[in-house]
Design a protein around this ligand. Sequence first.
Ligand SMILES: Nc1ncnc2c1ncn2[C@@H]1O[C@H](COP(=O)(O)OP(=O)(O)OP(=O)(O)O)[C@@H](O)[C@H]1O
Ligand SMILES: [Mg+2]
Length: 256
Amino acid sequence: MTEPVIRTVELKKYYSGKTKALDGVDLEVNPGEFIAVMGASGSGKSTLLHLIAGLTRPTAGRVTIEGLDPAAMSDNALTRFRRRRIGLVFQRFNLIPHLTAEENITVPLLAEGKSRKDAEKRALELAGELGIAEQLDQRPDTLSGGEQQRVTLARALSLNPAILLADEPTGNLDSLSSQRICEILDRLCRAEKRTILLVTHEPAVAVWSKRLLILKDGRLIADRPTSEFSDAHHLAAAYQRAVEGNAEPAAREDAE
Ligand SMILES: Nc1ncnc2c1ncn2[C@@H]1O[C@H](COP(=O)(O)OP(=O)(O)OP(=O)(O)O)[C@@H](O)[C@H]1O
Ligand SMILES: [Mg+2]
């Protein structure tokens, strides 16, 4: 049996008082899986990604990523591990404001000791794939929301991470650009066996994944292979039924 690349056990994150952002999530992600996470606003999707990436610590329960517990690592070790193994696309873009798009994309490459020439070459290649080659000289505040999003994605992919954690990476994109990104993610997963955990509100994006997770009030209420859905409309209808509490029996029940 292959070891899961990400595992969460009874993972909880409570905020002062009564906000149960995450309320006991058990999850195993196998290498090369492409997973979509859906759920209403406030259901805990970003919290789950942040906990997996070690950006916040759990209130209870445990995360392991490639066998390591981010909560037990030193800040330096965690930063290095993240840079080398994880591509992160935050919901808020976190681009460095005084750097151009190209400079933002090359930050992780230079930090890993690549030459400026190689880093620029890689930035150009990614920008071409993502349709932002014309924007490389612009600073983030002059980029459209969708362009910023693609710069963030380019930065996350710059070091060919084994794991991509992406929080609504297509949230500001038109459907064609969004489809282009889905094709890239699909290829990364199929051809290069990358593991992808993608948060999205869009059924047309989720349908590209192989496995759909649905969060509601900090709990995993569904975990289903997307091969069950003939198309995005079918997936949207199943999602709706799940969150309204009329879920069909889940193919993979989450552990209660
Ligand atoms: N630092 C914080 N302090 C207090 N409450 C928080 C904090 N971070 C998140 N929460 C709360 O935890 C819950 C889950 O938040 P989270 O950001 O994970 O939701 P989400 O599913 O990503 O929503 P969205 O689709 O709007 O991005 C929300 O009710 C939110 O207000
Ligand atoms: Mg969120």
